[in-house]
Design a protein around this ligand. Structure first.
Ligand code: SD4
Length: 322
């Protein structure tokens, strides 16, 4: 018996029956769809473990992606997300995040300061307001009114990196190095339902007020529960210009595999942007049938896959080999 099947049986216990069987049948209709799946950008194995644990305790994909990415937001060693994120060029840590559920509801925050878990604020925007996005001081005020604590997110390490950067103050992203740990996560739960989340401190030493793709629904994240979901990482401006994650989902709707759809989105970036050799762009996608794949402009993009409790890291295919 596969461990994923064991997972389902463990999670469902003796309850496989009337309410769950149709969902399992639906999930089984695709190639790899024996059970839940979690995928996330880069090497965030702890995030995948947390998301998997949420699914294992019977929680929906939405809880799984929120709990998964929160581990990275709280980790000061990850200098691209949440607490410990590298600041903008004026020394402020400003955060972007978005979340989307199986019903197509979405919430996001951008240019948020002093709050460690922007993904949870984004979820609150989705669930408790009639809006999709709150920005800057308004997002912060909303968070504080809803019980989030004000915290200094600038760690000594991030401040040190900013001071080193200030010596030359060059603003030129370095492929795969400058700040690429943004986490985008997609999950399919035992009901076969999809959700996604994306959270970042954005480009290191960006202009104060700059917002990237991660909180823009359709750019950094898109989920359509009939088709699949996609997340993006890399140079946000390039991803926004092609409406990247929405594009990937629409290509999967037309029948492309997850990797083919991600590749076509990268090729769209290449076609539309002359300086494409100078930045990294990566997409990661999960289809409704449980299959997944990623593709990057440059070598070096990895992603974490969970189809059982211990995640695996995979290297994605890429467009340019230099
Ligand atoms: C941004 N896409 O703000 C983000 C950065 C990123 O890994 O993904 N870094 O443009």
């Amino acid at each position: 018996m596969s461990s994923r099947r064991k997972f389902i049986e463990k999670v469902l216990g003796g309850t496989i029956g009337l309410t769950v069987a149709p969902a399992l049948l639906r999930a089984k209709s695709g190639k790899n769809a024996e059970g839940p799946v979690v995928i996330s950008t880069w090497n965030n194995v702890n995030a995948n473990r947390a998301a998997w644990a949420a699914l294992a305790s019977g929680k929906p994909a939405l809880d799984a992606v929120e709990e998964g990415v929160k581990t990275v937001e709280a980790d000061p060693k990850d200098m691209s997300v949440g607490y410990g994120g590298r600041p903008d060029r004026d020394g402020h840590v400003t955060l972007d995040a978005s979340i989307m559920n199986a019903a197509g509801d979405c919430g996001s925050v951008c240019f948020l300061q002093d709050i460690k878990h922007p993904i949870s604020v984004a979820r609150k925007v989705m669930e408790d307001t009639p809006h999709v996005m709150l920005a800057g001081a308004g997002a912060r005020q909303f968070a504080l009114e809803n019980g989030f604590q004000e915290e200094n997110l600038l760690t000594p390490e991030a401040e040190k990196a900013w001071k080193v950067w200030q010596k030359e103050a060059k603003y030129k992203p370095i492929i795969n190095i400058e700040n690429h740990d943004t986490i985008g996560m997609l999950a399919m739960d035992q009901q076969g339902d999809l959700s996604g989340a994306c959270t970042t401190s954005g480009l290191a030493f960006k202009m104060h007020g700059r917002v990237g793709d991660s909180p823009i629904i359709g750019a950094g994240l898109f989920v359509d529960n009939e088709v699949g979901g996609a997340v993006a990482t890399g140079m946000g401006e390039a991803i926004v210009k092609v409406c990247g994650s929405f594009l990937v989902v629409e290509l999967m709707r037309q029948g492309r595999t997850a990797e083919e759809a991600c590749r076509a989105a990268v090729e769209r970036v290449v076609k539309k942007q002359k300086n494409y050799e100078e930045f990294q762009v990566c997409f990661l996608a999960l289809r409704k049938d449980g299959t997944y794949g990623g593709y990057a402009l440059h070598k070096g993009f990895t992603y974490a896959i969970s189809t059982e409790p211990e995640p695996k890291i995979t290297k994605s295919s890429f467009y340019l080999s230099r």
